[in-house]
Design a protein around this ligand. Structure first.
Ligand code: A3P
Ligand code: MG
Length: 451
């Protein structure tokens, strides 16, 4: 008889039986909360540096204003210098704001499916699935940034859902309904400040390389009213220590021309103008996120727009991503990317070892060899200053989500069947050929920015 119970709420919380272990693994560990400790900051590190490979672009895709995913570069924008003193409040009332919602992995998985199809078509049937078996992590760039910078994070707690399927960790961010509502109902001042960042993107981008936009009824250089549904995204592969990662994320714009490589990518950021040493230290601290966020997608250049509290652009400065660590070394807000990389390696290997625990409900159908035990969904909590908590979600949560959404845990069933479940090794249905921009590029040769 099944021990499973029906559940109203998908992916509901595990029963907390907290025992902080570093990872004692046995079947009963499913009911425990494991802890992965952060490294001590400032301590002398003895360990060998963990290398992080320069990412290479796999493909790009766009979201249309209707939030439809298409494998085109329709949402690609070109960098242009913003007008001096640009008003970042411009167009605020016309901002089309994408509603706050859970960002699932589905679009990224469609991109992964395309890469696999391309491998099948060019190298031979089954190459795609084989390629996937070597991938340790599939996730969004924002999530990987939160993971890698967690040892330095002082404020924001982050919750993740993770599944471990055929050697690959699939990681999505978890938001409670209350947290989503909080994000949606921003205080007017915060909402305005969030808009400054998007407005800066509009002032800095154009539909044509090198030519500021001129559209009727708007000041010269205004790139168009902000619609946060529209995004241009890049999917890259890279390697952190032993772990091959496939990461997707939004790219703000490119310099001059996009030829499928990441070396023309530009990240745009806004920050308050620096008036004193305290501001400078705060900015240098923020640079850690700029650095990791950009590095993960192979973005070689970050253009920062400094602004007044009222949203007037004062100056812009371009930074070479790879030079940021050197800029902060020995300063009050200093951080060391090596701390993040070796933490990332430790985190991923600890997670894989905890999540490899055999599922308790595997014993439920011992005679039925066709039914493989479904992988579990795990909840990861990155608690600032405390460490990472890892616990298995109740399996009934998994069932509930599957029944209502045609999903296996956090994964869409079509993907699970092709890559992780019964369909392992099976051929993948053919779709129209993958568009260009699937490139294995050498390290960036981008040069020439003064900092
Ligand atoms: P700034 O980073 O210039 O403040 P991204 O830099 O990741 O491309 O994001 C673009 C803009 O989205 C940000 O611009 C900011 O305005 C907004 N944004 C991104 N993440 C946010 C967050 N966690 N909270 C509030 N605003 C955010
Ligand atoms: Mg940006």
């Amino acid at each position: 008889m099944s021990k499973r119970k029906a559940s109203q709420s998908p992916l509901h919380e595990p029963q907390e039986k907290r025992q902080d272990l570093d990872s004692g693994l046995d079947a009963s560990s499913l009911n425990r909360t494991h802890t992965i400790s952060y490294p001590q900051l400032g301590a002398n590190r003895q360990a060998a540096p963990v290398p992080f490979q320069q990412p290479t672009g796999l493909l790009t895709f766009s979201y249309t204003p209707q939030r439809v995913l298409e494998f085109t570069d329709s949402a690609l924008r070109y960098y242009v210098d913003p007008p001096p003193g640009a008003d970042l409040r411009y167009g605020y009332d016309r901002w089309i704001k994408r509603p706050e919602e859970i960002t699932r992995l589905d679009s990224l998985l469609r991109a992964v499916q395309r890469v696999m199809q391309k491998a099948d078509a060019t190298i031979g049937e089954g190459s795609g699935v084989k390629w996937m078996r070597d991938i340790a992590v599939v996730t969004w760039r924002g999530i990987m940034t939160k993971i890698l910078t967690a040892p330095y994070e002082e404020r924001d707690r982050c919750e993740l859902n993770v599944m471990y399927v055929n050697g690959t960790l699939y990681i999505e961010e978890h938001y409670s309904d209350a947290r989503l509502k909080e994000k949606e109902d921003l205080a007017p001042k915060q909402r305005q400040q969030t808009y400054y960042g998007y407005s800066f993107e509009s002032w800095c981008t154009s539909s044509r390389p090198g030519l500021p936009e001129k559209s009727e009824g708007h000041p010269v250089g205004w790139g168009g009213d902000v619609d946060t549904n529209v995004q241009w995204c890049s999917v890259v592969k890279t390697k952190l220590g032993d772990n091959r990662l496939v990461i997707g994320g939004e790219v703000d714009c490119v310099r001059n021309q996009f030829r499928g490589k990441t070396d023309a990518f530009v990240e745009l950021k806004t920050s308050m103008s620096i008036r004193n040493a305290g501001d400078e230290a705060r900015f240098e601290k923020k640079m850690l996120k700029f650095y990791i966020q950009s590095f993960l997608l192979g973005v070689p250049e970050i253009v920062v727009g400094f602004r007044t509290p009222q949203g007037r652009l004062t100056t812009t400065q371009s930074f070479k991503t790879v030079q940021l660590p050197r800029l902060v070394r020995g300063k009050p807000g200093a951080w060391d990317p090596q701390v993040c990389f070796s933490w990332g390696q430790h985190f991923l290997s600890s997670l894989k070892s905890i999540l490899s625990t055999p599922p308790a409900f595997a014993e439920e159908s011992p005679d039925d060899s066709d039914i493989q035990p479904l992988p579990r969904v795990w909840r990861i909590v990155l608690a600032p200053g405390e460490g990472v908590k890892v616990s298995a979600l109740d399996e009934t949560g998994l069932r509930g989500s599957e029944a209502t959404e045609d999903r296996v845990g956090i994964l869409p069933r079509w993907f699970f069947d092709e890559v992780g479940g019964k369909g392992v090794g099976a051929s993948i249905p053919k779709e129209p050929p993958v568009p260009p921009a699937v490139v294995s590029a050498p390290a960036s040769t981008h040069q020439g920015w003064n900092i």
